[in-house]
Ligand binder design. Structure first.
Ligand SMILES: CC(C)(COP(=O)(O)OP(=O)(O)OC[C@H]1O[C@@H](n2cnc3c(N)ncnc32)[C@H](O)[C@@H]1OP(=O)(O)O)[C@@H](O)C(=O)NCCC(=O)NCCS
Length: 140
């Protein structure tokens, strides 16, 4: 399973692949929540999160390039939100690069709001990009 997750993550995040060993550590974390989307029996996307107590955090959400803009990212996000809710979480956090327009649009459409910023958090070929910290209140 961790090899599949690692391959899928590499397809979705070609600039920052997570090797199988790193993926194995994530899957073994306390409160791990994961979903894989399949399309025509092929893995098309993944969502990885961790929930502890009243807080959940999305660690990765990605869809393979050929399957984007078909509702898979939205479905994965909804699945994670539902699972976190059912575990009793009240807030869901994530970080997204300020220059990641598709992801920011997806999260905004699901009701996430910005609550913070981490300067120069992501490395880019031409410098750095800030991370925006987003939050979704699950109790409302
Ligand atoms: C962000 C990502 C997960 C979206 O997945 P997706 O399956 O393409 O998203 P969906 O088809 O479910 O889109 C849902 C909504 O998100 C927004 N959205 C998605 N892609 C968009 C784009 N390229 N431009 C503008 N808005 C976009 C739209 O509001 C869209 O609704 P609409 O299609 O009705 O207009 C995908 O682009 C991806 O894997 N990117 C690379 C990895 C990544 O950056 N992950 C996020 C890390 S924080």
């Amino acid at each position: 399973m961790t090899v599949l997750l690692s391959q899928l993550h590499s397809s979705c995040f070609s600039d920052d692949p997570w090797p199988p060993q790193a993926m194995a550590e994530i899957v073994a974390m306390i409160g791990f929540v994961g979903r894989i989307a399949f399309e025509n029996e092929e893995a098309a996307g993944l969502a990885l999160a961790q929930g502890i107590g009243e807080e959940c955090e999305i660690l990765a959400l990605g869809v393979v390039p050929a399957r984007r803009r078909a509702g898979i990212g939205s479905a994965l996000l909804a699945a994670i939100v539902g699972e976190c809710r059912s575990r009793g979480a009240r807030t869901l956090f994530l970080e997204v690069a300020e220059d990641n327009i598709p992801a920011r649009a997806l999260y905004a459409a699901h009701g996430f709001v910005q609550i913070g910023r981490r300067a120069n958090y992501y490395r880019r070929r031409s410098g750095h990009a800030d991370a925006l910290v987003l939050r979704l209140l699950l109790s409302t």
